[in-house]
Structure formats: structure tokens, C-alpha cells
Design a protein around this ligand. Structure first.
Ligand SMILES: [Zn+2]
Length: 471
């Protein structure tokens, strides 16, 4: 029979379905047998986390999380991961690290309450909590829904850590987390709740040693400070240092205190570092660090402001090089929690974290982006757009500087290796260890869910809002 080109049109021929073109769908890298060998990956995307807004002129745009999630779903990467829309962290859980008066203030502060705090002369009373907790300045504004936003991204990192603790996943991803600057009682650098510290505290319930790695262009000061006296958490941060660059800490001489002496590693870099130097330095430092410290779990902060052409950053990294660092850590086959962080060019951040999701899931994706509602953000639709050389920043890191830096770090690792053996310290009671408050919150949440069901709303398997359907 002669085949004709004629076929009956179907509903799925409509343009609405074009965003799932097969050419853009993810393909398993290693063939069919790979299923047995690929590690189990869990992906956390809090519902609506991308809808919050720091303010029109603020460089931090939570919307980049919506863009990332749409690309991840558009590529079909959710087929290779367990996808979760986690519950919010409770005030009690957030207080595991942050001081109670800070959490209390954070949960109450609103744009209106902040305005009322400022007197008619636009000066603050000396005892104002704005001074104490640093919420309300240009960096850390009190925007609408602020506490909910914090609860969402922190809840996702906690859920991811718990999933790793019970061995139900090998790799857990939360791109909405990674807010590494927040301090115990202070907001800092666009960060209010330090989800990384909370997640590490959770991991320490089970794991004797946690390695924290930070490839954001800013120093991971909040996490370093939280564990500066601990030998159970080794922190390593690669960042720009000098020229009054935020936050101003992260010199190579900051190595830890007391029991934690030598357990903080800092890799201070200058403007314009390129792919080759960065990736080589990263591997030359992280390989020996992992071999020396022998962590039982790794937390990787993937701030994307270290990419070339970032609005606040000044490195020249490509998405491929950033992703190569992620792939390098993955191949150590240790339980791995991956979080986001900075990143101030939304089209670059979302491409980068989508690519890194594919690296972690062990699948290859097309270099052409899938169609989404947000094609306008990606002219050319390339996953790896070429960085325009004329806009790149000259590399101020000489080969000799980087070699000298590497030698210093290796020397620190040598001393660390000779330190008294790392003792298993007291582990907090019960891995699940939920306080009464958390139990109550979970019950409340369950009740809310039942109510939503009664009202006719159900969640689909995926977390993106387009998967919410009505009965
Ligand atoms: Zn940053």
C-alpha cells in the first residue's frame, strides 16, 4: 500500500504541544543498562517559589527558579528523577540554627511594619530591630511574603537532607536553596535564612563528616562561620576576593578555630578567571580534599554568579565549565546535596542549573532549548550560548598566583591529615528528631491538603504550577 502524507489531525497536533519536541527531550547517556548504575536523583521545587519579588530594582530575581523549572520539565528531565513539591520549614526548624528573636522578627516584618518603624525624619530609632537583624536595607528588603519565601526554600533543603539521611536518594537537588550569607541573627547579601546550615545540621545527625563546597563568586561566609569551630564539617569556598568585593571575607589565611582549625579552606581568586584555569584548580584542590577528609556526604552550592557576564560577578566561566565542576564531584559517588545560590542574569542561571540537572541525572540533553512559555528570555534558544569576548573581563589570575595558591591549600591539607583522628561526636537524638512544633505543623499541612482536595484541587506528579489540575 502506498503511504500517503495524509493523516487524521489529532488534538495533540495543536501548537500547545510543541514545547515537548522529541529533539529536545533528555536521552539516557549510557544506554539501557545504565538504569542499574545510575544513581537515584531527587529534585525539589517548592510550589510558587519563583513568584516572590525582592523589588523592581533588586538584582535577585526568584523568577529565575521558574525559568529553570520550566526548562527542566521542557527537556523531560523529570522522567529521570523523583520530583517533589516539599512542605515549608517551620519556625521551629529554622530556629535550629537561627536565633529565636531573629526568626520571630523575620516572621513578622512586612513592608508596612518596616515603614512604621522609620520615623518622620526617615531615621531609625537606635534600638530598632532593623539595625539588629539587618532586614530593611537595599540588599535585604522586607518584601511581601518574605517569611513564606524563606520557609519554602529552607523546607526544600531540609527535605532533601532528610531524604539523603534515610538513604532514599543518592543525589538531591534544590535550586531554590543555597543562600549562604545568612547569619544566626542577621540577614546578609540577599539571604535571610541559611538553608545550607540547616541542611548540614540535619545531615550531621547521621553523618560523621560533611564536606561543603561553594562555587558561587562570593565567599560562603555564613556557612563557614557556622562551622568555623567544628572538625565534622569542612568548608571549601572558591570566590573572588579583594577590591572590597562582598562580603570581604575568605582570605586563604582563614582556616578555622579550635577543633575546627584547618577545617575551613578558602580559595581567593581575582577577576576574569577562565574555564581552563578554574576547572583545573577546582579538580587539583577538591580531589585531594575529598581523599584527605573522607566525607560521608557532600553539599555543593552552585551559585551561578561565577558565570561570565553575570550582572554582579566578574569571572568568565562558561556553563560547561561550571557544570564540569559539578560532574567532577558527582563521580566520587558519595551522597550529594546540590543547592543553587547567587546568579543575576536569569537566562544564564536557568540554562546553567538545567544543564547541571542533566549532568546529575546522568542524561544528555539537546543543545537547543525546549519551547516553553518563556522563549523570549532565550534568543537563539541555545543551551550553551557563546560568550561575547569583547564583554569578558581580563584574567588577572596568573599561572604563578594559582600555583602558589594551590600549594598553600595542599599544605593545609597535609597538616589536616596529621591532625588527631576525627572523632565521631555526639549525634542529636533520633534521625527524624522532629519537635512537637514540627509534628503539629505537619498535621496542619495534612489538614490543609485534605481541605484543598475537598475544594476540588489536586496536585499532579510534578511541582510546576502548570501541572495543577482541577477535578
Ligand atoms: Zn554570590
Amino acid at each position: 500500500m502506498v503511504q500517503t502524507s495524509y493523516y487524521d489531525p489529532t488534538f495533540s497536533d495543536s501548537a500547545f504541544f510543541y514545547d515537548r519536541q522529541s529533539s529536545s527531550l533528555a536521552q539516557r547517556k549510557d544506554g539501557r543498562l545504565a538504569d542499574h548504575f545510575n544513581r537515584k536523583v531527587s529534585y525539589y521545587h517548592p510550589k510558587d517559589v519563583g513568584l516572590y519579588h525582592y523589588g523592581p530594582l533588586h538584582p535577585m530575581k526568584p523568577f529565575r527558579l521558574t525559568l529553570t523549572n520550566e526548562l527542566v520539565l521542557g527537556y523531560g528531565l523529570h522522567e529521570y528523577m523523583d520530583v517533589y513539591a516539599p512542605r515549608k520549614a517551620t519556625a521551629g526548624e529554622i530556629s535550629q540554627f537561627h536565633s529565636e528573636d531573629y526568626v520571630d522578627y523575620l516572621s513578622r516584618v512586612t513592608p508596612a511594619s518596616l515603614a512604621a518603624d522609620i520615623d518622620v525624619n526617615r531615621t531609625l530609632p537606635a534600638d530598632s530591630q532593623i539595625h539588629t537583624h539587618r532586614i530593611g536595607d537595599d540588599d535585604c528588603p522586607a518584601f511581601s511574603g518574605l517569611f513564606n519565601f524563606c520557609q519554602q526554600y529552607a523546607g526544600a533543603s531540609l527535605a532533601a537532607a532528610r531524604k539523603l539521611n534515610i538513604g532514599a536518594t543518592d543525589i538531591a537537588i534544590n535550586w531554590s536553596g543555597g543562600l549562604h550569607h545568612a547569619k544566626k541573627g542577621e540577614a546578609s547579601g540577599f539571604c535571610y535564612v541559611n538553608d545550607i546550615v540547616l541542611a548540614i545540621l540535619e545531615l550531621l545527625r547521621l553523618h560523621p563528616r560533611v564536606l561543603y563546597i561553594d562555587i558561587d563568586i562570593h565567599h560562603g561566609d555564613g556557612v563557614q562561620e557556622a562551622f568555623y569551630r567544628s572538625n565534622r564539617v569542612l568548608t571549601v569556598s572558591f570566590h573572588k576576593f579583594g577590591d572590597h568585593f562582598f562580603p570581604g571575607t575568605g582570605d586563604v589565611s582563614e582556616t578555622g578555630l579550635n577543633e575546627g582549625k584547618y577545617f575551613s579552606l578558602n580559595v581567593p581568586l581575582q577577576d576574569g578567571i577562565d574555564d581552563q584555569s578554574y576547572v583545573q584548580l577546582f579538580k587539583d584542590i577538591m580531589g585531594p580534599t575529598i581523599n584527605t577528609f573522607q566525607p560521608s556526604v557532600i553539599v555543593l552550592q552552585c551559585g551561578a554568579d561565577s558565570l561570565g557576564l553575570d550582572r554582579l560577578g566578574s569571572f568568565n566561566l562558561s556553563i560547561r565549565a561550571h557544570g564540569e565542576c559539578v560532574g567532577f564531584i558527582k563521580q566520587f559517588n558519595l551522597p550529594l546535596l546540590v543547592v543553587g545560590g547567587g546568579g543575576y542574569r536569569q537566562s544564564s542561571v536557568s540554562r546553567c542549573w538545567t544543564y547541571e540537572t542533566s549532568v546529575l541525572a546522568g542524561v544528555s540533553i539537546s543543545s537547543t532549548l525546549p519551547n516553553t512559555l518563556y522563549n523570549g528570555y532565550f534568543p537563539g534558544m541555545e543551551l550553551h550560548p557563546t560568550l561575547n569576548n569583547s564583554h569578558l573581563i581580563p584574567n588577572k589570575n596568573t599561572y604563578a598566583d594559582l600555583e602558589a595558591l594551590k600549594r598553600k591549600i595542599h599544605e593545609q591539607l597535609r597538616v589536616l591529615n596529621g591532625a588527631p583522628s576525627i572523632q565521631m561526636q555526639e549525634i542529636p537524638p533520633s534521625i527524624t528528631g522532629l519537635t512537637e512544633e514540627v509534628d503539629d505543623a505537619m498535621e496542619e499541612e495534612e489538614e490543609d491538603r485534605r481541605e484543598e482536595e475537598r475544594d476540588g484541587y489536586l496536585w499532579g506528579v510534578h511541582s510546576g504550577s502548570r501541572h495543577v489540575y482541577k477535578r
